[in-house]
Design a protein around this ligand. Sequence first.
Ligand SMILES: Nc1nc2c(ncn2[C@@H]2O[C@H](COP(=O)(O)OP(=O)(O)OP(=O)(O)O)[C@@H](O)[C@H]2O)c(=O)[nH]1
Length: 573
Amino acid sequence: MPYRFFADPAATQVLPFGHDPGLVALSVAIAVIASIIALQVATLARSSLKLSHRMLSIGSGAVALGGGVWAMHFVGMMAMEVCFHTSYDLHWTAASVLPALLAAGLALSLLSREQIRPAQLVGGGILVGAGIGLMHHGGMLSLRMTPLLRFEPLTFGLSIVAAVVLATFSLWIREALLASGRFSGLLTTAIAGTLMGAAITSMHYLGMASVRFIGVAETDMPTASEGVVALAGFVALAAVIMGVVALGGNTILKYRLVVAQLQSSEARLQAMFDTAVDGIVTIDARGLIRTINRSALKMLRYEADQLIGRNVSVLMPEPYRSGHDGYLHRYRQGGEPRVIGIGREVTAQRSDGTVLPVRLAVGRVENPDDDASRQLFVGFLTDISALKEAQAVREHEASHDALTGLPNRRAFFLMLEGALSRVRRQGTAVALLFIDLDGFKAVNDQHGHHAGDQLLIGLSQRMRGLLRQTDTLARLGGDEFVVLLEGLKNTPDDAQQVAELLLLAAGEPVQADGATLRVSASIGLACLRPGCELSSDELVKLADDAMYRAKRSGRNQIRMAACENDSVVLAGH
Ligand SMILES: Nc1nc2c(ncn2[C@@H]2O[C@H](COP(=O)(O)OP(=O)(O)OP(=O)(O)O)[C@@H](O)[C@H]2O)c(=O)[nH]1
């Protein structure tokens, strides 16, 4: 009789066959376990950075999955209950492992990708389905028996379609579950693995549905074979052990990789910590210093062992030091730290008690267990004393005269504005003296510019020495000075007295560059009493005009302008 693949529909000698439920259940269990292990290995392979590690994971996972699929199929065959004697051709049986391994390898390499494109999914499904189908039918061909083996065409065709659909489903299901975000990673793997195992088992039993045995039933069949059950158990155990070994190996590999990555990231952090120009301090929730880098130690003039384990408040001057513990306590009671992520300028205290301005930024180290008592904070300190000094110098230069160090025109007018608003608010009087030196040009001409400078410095120091701390002496430019007197009890008499003192002082000689330098001063005096509305410019102009009258009257004298009850009275005409 020529070999025919499909059964003749008219054949009447189709022999019935069934399956042992226990062994069927065992075959399902093998497929499910192998699938779960394979998915877990694919997850590990996915996170492997090195290609060699990835290949190793995929290879070992393919052996576990392929072995599992094959074992499932083998046990499925053992589960078959027929009414004729069967045996298996060893070579065909062994050869049927190959397509299983190839299909599993392909499945694993797809599953270990970050994303599977639809075309890859369908292509992969066809190839994996074909691989498993090939294994199944290769396994069937290893069957040795008297009846003929035939397939029912429609069920056979359906089983092929089902194999491809189920293989595609197996490749897709985990991705779909992960995307739904419904389950944790492990639960997703367990559910997807169970469904994948069920799909693999279904491929086998759907394939079996198309099988037809044509022949004569044999009568001397043993009822049950303990040997079959033992062999099935052995194959199942071997498959599971293979899977567990693959998973264990991959987990160890992953663990070693994670440890190596952790060590290298720690080394990187340590290098950054050690070489950072900024100071870096880590403190715990109790405020105790856990780590401190070299820059911070240098900045704060401490040795590491003097600070590790001590409260960070030791680095703060009072009153911040006393307030710090309370602040941390409130934070531990559930309060929100106010300083996190905000850069602030604060004052730090060195070991010798001196202080320095620093810029402080505090970060919270993310704590996986969300336990506030195990919280760590990291503070970044930048020494800004040089910056502050430069800023102070710039501010001083902008408001002071470079030669005499006195407030300049700009600063004087700001002070005058303040004084005038105090006149309006507090009802006190102010007096303004406008001083211009007489004969200063001649000093420059005779003794040189440097000597002239020395005279300006000497006279400004002398005048400053005669004034109260609250009075203002400013240089407007050249040989022009102004004096602002506040809080005078008797204006203009008190102001007149001060002007006379300054007039005498200006006339006193100054020694400079080996010469005795002598000038005099012309002073204009303007007083502003409450109720007299004058702007700062107007008041200065009054005093300036009075000074010119002093010049015109022969120099070395004082002339007065006064403003009383809104009517300006110019004295000294
Ligand atoms: N050494 C020196 N001289 C200056 C400075 N600023 C201005 N001068 C000079 O000071 C002189 C001021 O001129 P005047 O006020 O006309 O000279 P004066 O001889 O005092 O004349 P009167 O005010 O009319 O008495 C000018 O020669 C300027 O060049 C300075 O910072 N240093």
